[in-house]
Design a protein around this ligand. Structure first.
Ligand code: FAD
Length: 397
């Protein structure tokens, strides 16, 4: 992969029509769709870290269409279509390392199987080719899975993984080609509302903007606060580890709802294990010393074949928590100020979120079926989205 990101030393422009804060999957996807619609020369993206410095660069790279609420199914279907054609759409011949060997959602109790059964209809109506599997089917599809107590699984072959780094590099290359200006190492300190626009105060000087889109995920409340706006977003650290490359073990991404665990063997052979557990919110990004043992135990409950993995390293990343664990994609009470907060699963729905934000900012989202489920008004009116396939532990802890 040629890495096109570099810290640009040129002076910041004095103004741009649109300033996007954050160059993760959300910010760069929005920059792509805005560049397509109005031209990249109108778009400036500012990021305080270097390339892939936050959530997108720390995630497992998984995408699945097997959700239970129509908003999530729509967003993931739209995004999968984008991922499947990303090399072509973004003119990035290296591709984004897409692997479509499915998501295997394992159920160790009847209640989980009932949950899977209950969402088959809506999935099929919206075009998700999911199926329910018996333990015997699971044994054929993925022999290493522990059969003790297994009740069955849900599976969709179209689900899979991409490389988050390649996706970001592809988007970055494409938006720069379209004329967008993307700056790393530039922190936005505060936002100021001036007349019908904004002054974006950064560590490299001030920029005027007609519209500002804050795509800093769990950090969005920090900038909103500088304008006196409270955003109901919290942060939670999630830990993850990767093994040395090993022989082919697992085709699909394995999910165990019981363990709050995702296990994925990457295209190049290493196995990535993401095992959530209740942790105090707002804690620093650090892997706790006991986590690797905890995750290793959980992983071996899913498959004993994982016992021989040599773990290379572990890291953690912050995820954003919203009251219903659904994204917030909306304009704030100050016209021209927008935010897009992922509420986890933000890599897999980033193309849809980016497209939606571009439409919203250009006044084209009124009829969009996503609007009732992603707007802030749902939270204010108490109409929370109930997604049966969101892990309860993350909501309840
Ligand atoms: C361990 C782990 C595993 C995950 N696995 C998956 C998965 O398999 N699939 C999936 O879909 N999702 C997954 N996620 C969630 C996913 O990573 C996030 O939802 C997604 O990356 C959010 O994208 P984003 O662009 O909103 O945020 P980010 O990628 O975090 O980008 C935000 C950017 O804003 C910048 N920024 C912050 N504050 C400022 C400021 N003041 N000024 C300028 N820049 C600023 C940051 O430097 C950062 O680059 C996982 C997350 C973790 C932690």
């Amino acid at each position: 992969m040629h890495m096109t990101a570099q810290i640009c030393q040129d002076d910041l422009p004095k103004g741009r029509d649109i300033v996007i804060v954050g160059a993760g999957a959300y910010g760069l996807s929005a920059a792509w769709f805005l560049s397509q619609a109005i031209g990249g020369e109108h778009v400036l993206v500012l990021d305080s870290s270097d390339f892939a410095g936050n959530g997108t660069g720390r995630c497992i790279g998984g995408f699945r269409t097997q959700w239970g609420h129509e908003s999530n199914i729509r967003m993931s279907m739209e995004s999968v279509r984008f991922f499947e054609k990303a090399a072509e759409i973004l003119d990035y011949p290296e591709g984004i390392d897409i692997k479509q060997k499915g998501y295997l959602l394992l159920a160790w109790d009847e209640a989980t199987m009932d949950r899977f059964r209950g969402i088959q209809d809506i999935q099929h109506q919206l075009g998700v080719q999911s199926q329910l599997l018996t333990p015997d089917d699971v044994a054929k599809l993925s022999p290493p899975v522990n059969q003790d107590g297994l009740r069955g699984a849900a599976f969709c072959e179209r689900d899979g993984t991409i490389s988050p780094f390649r996706l970001l590099d592809a988007l970055l290359t494409a938006v720069r080609r379209e004329g967008a200006d993307v700056r790393y190492g530039t922190q936005v300190r505060s936002l100021h509302n001036k007349g019908r626009g904004f002054i974006v105060q950064t560590t490299s000087g001030d920029v005027r903007a007609k519209q500002v889109l804050v795509c800093t995920d769990w950090a969005a409340p920090v900038l909103m606060k500088t304008l006196g706006i409270q955003l109901p977003v919290e942060m939670l650290p999630v830990e993850i580890m990767v093994s040395e490359p090993t022989k082919p073990l697992l085709g699909p991404v394995h999910i165990s709802m019981k363990h709050d665990m995702a296990i994925n063997q990457m295209v190049r052979g290493s196995v990535v294990i993401n095992h959530g557990r209740p942790r105090p919110r707002q804690e620093n990004i650090a892997v706790r010393p006991d986590w690797i043992r905890h995750a290793a135990r959980g992983a071996q409950e899913v498959s004993r074949a994982l016992a021989d993995l040599n773990i290379l390293r572990a890291w953690a990343g912050m995820i954003s928590i919203t009251p219903d664990m659904q994204p917030i994609l909306d304009e704030m009470e100050i016209p021209g100020l927008y935010t897009a907060v992922s509420a986890y699963k933000g890599l897999m729905n980033s193309p849809a979120a980016g497209r939606y934000m571009a439409d919203l900012m250009l006044g084209r989202a009124k009829e969009d079926p996503l609007t009732p489920f992603v707007s802030l008004s749902r939270l204010k009116s108490g109409n929370l989205v109930r997604e049966p396939m969101t892990n309860g532990a993350r909501l309840d802890d």
